[in-house]
Design a protein around this ligand. Structure first.
Ligand code: NDP
Length: 293
């Protein structure tokens, strides 16, 4: 069994990005600039956004954090999005989800200029991705693809199950893995809460992507010998042991599943760290106008 080390790979990618940022600066180009909009005080969102801002500093990006209380109205938030679209110094920006119930996430996402949509949530980017055109790919699926690439994991002709069909993880990763590309060319089954005989589907798969947000859902009995298991799930639970008072649980029972796998990602230390570097990569791509010249 080989551990897919998201910590190591994400650190390597950060060095690569920092080097490129330095080269841009040396050539007199502007510093890549990522902005994040955070609404309210949700603990997980605060942690994610703080991680993104810190990562920007590490690679030499500029970053801007715009905060609002959770009672902000939708039109004020949409105005901020329009301003960010117009602000020439900002290459890309994200609006951290989830948003309070009185704000339409879809309206906000669709207000973002696709050229600055470094989260890859805008229908234009999702549509381009489906068509195999250059696009901002949402950070978590992009991070998973990068791990697969860097570990030289074969996907062509393999059977792959994705458990979870969200727009930000399950659906896009199922499309990327089934695309005529390398990595890709897998035969993908997309499962969800209505799937029948889910255990059998998982047991028949060479590659298992667990993205449902149910801690410990995937057990050893569900995984075939030699499978590749990618655990996307992150559930924060209270802990008396950790300094922060929280610990993170994946969707896979790592201790019992790992001995059966050819490759497996841990939680934490796997996909989560790749998500942040993929966002940085997208921001660099936006700054270089590589997708939308
Ligand atoms: P969503 O909550 O949006 O979707 C969950 C999906 O799982 C749904 O499609 C749902 O099915 C399916 N599902 C739920 N229960 C079952 C079940 N018992 N059997 C089969 N399918 C089930 O999830 P997200 O994609 O947003 O997140 C999934 C997990 O990944 C979460 O733990 C989240 O925290 C984590 N995550 C991690 C990231 C990272 O950086 N590593 C980034 C984003 C998310 P249905 O559609 O039928 O309801």
């Amino acid at each position: 069994m080989q551990l897919i080390d998201g910590k190591k790979i994400s650190a390597e990618i950060k060095v690569e990005i920092a080097r490129e940022v330095q080269q841009l600066k040396d050539r007199g180009c502007k510093t890549p600039h990522l902005a994040a909009v955070l609404v309210g005080h949700d603990g997980a969102s605060e942690t994610y956004v703080a991680g993104k801002v810190k990562a920007c500093e590490e690679v030499g990006f500029k970053s801007t954090l715009i905060r609002y209380e959770s009672d902000i109205d939708e039109s004020t938030l949409l105005n901020t999005v329009h301003e960010l679209n117009r602000n020439e110094d900002i290459d890309g920006f994200i609006v951290q989800l989830p948003l309070p119930d009185h704000i339409s996430e879809q309206k906000v996402i669709e207000a973002i200029d696709p050229r600055k949509d470094v989260d890859g949530f805008h229908p234009v980017n999702l549509g381009r991705m489906v068509l195999g055109l250059p696009a901002f790919i949402s950070a978590t699926p992009a991070g998973i693809m990068e791990l697969i690439k860097r570990y030289g994991i074969q996907t062509s002709g393999k059977s792959c199950v994705v458990v979870g069909r969200s727009n930000i993880v399950g659906k896009p990763i199922s499309i990327l893995l089934s695309q005529k590309a390398d990595p890709g060319d897998a035969t993908v089954t997309l499962c969800h809460s209505r799937t029948r005989n889910l255990d059998d589907v998982v047991r028949a798969s060479d590659i298992v992507i667990a993205a449902l947000g149910k801690p410990g859902f995937v057990t050893a009995g569900m995984v075939k010998e030699g499978a590749v298991v990618i655990d996307v799930g992150i559930t924060r639970v209270k802990s008396d042991v950790t300094k922060s008072g929280w610990k993170l649980l994946g969707d896979v029972r790592f201790d019992e599943v790992a001995p059966k796998c050819s490759y497996i990602t841990p939680v934490p230390g796997g996909v989560g760290l790749m998500t942040i570097v993929s966002l940085l990569k997208n921001t660099l791509i936006a700054a270089k106008h590589e997708i939308y010249p």
